[in-house]
Design a protein around this ligand. Structure first.
Ligand code: ZN
Length: 79
């Protein structure tokens, strides 16, 4: 799946944060279903990040890189 790095980062961060919040509220409220949904969103966000957060030019995983250029091939990361 090819997504612009910034879009991929936004989706995975949103999913992980939503998962942490829902899971946290579920844990405090003792609602198992919310905890499970939270954990699934959190892990899903991480997996989505690993799969889609890649350089559109060389395909290398960008890890935590937030720069404008790919640390592997040096090409500009468009939006
Ligand atoms: Zn690259």
């Amino acid at each position: 799946m090819k997504l612009p790095p910034r879009t991929s980062r936004t989706i995975s961060a949103s999913s992980s944060i939503a998962g942490a919040v829902i899971g946290g509220i579920g844990a405090l409220a003792n609602v198992l279903a919310m905890v499970i949904i939270g954990v699934v969103l959190l892990i899903g966000g991480i997996i989505f990040h690993i799969i889609t957060y890649r350089c559109p030019h060389c395909g290398c995983f960008l890890d935590r890189s937030r720069g404008e250029y790919c640390p592997h091939c040096g090409e500009k990361l468009d939006s």
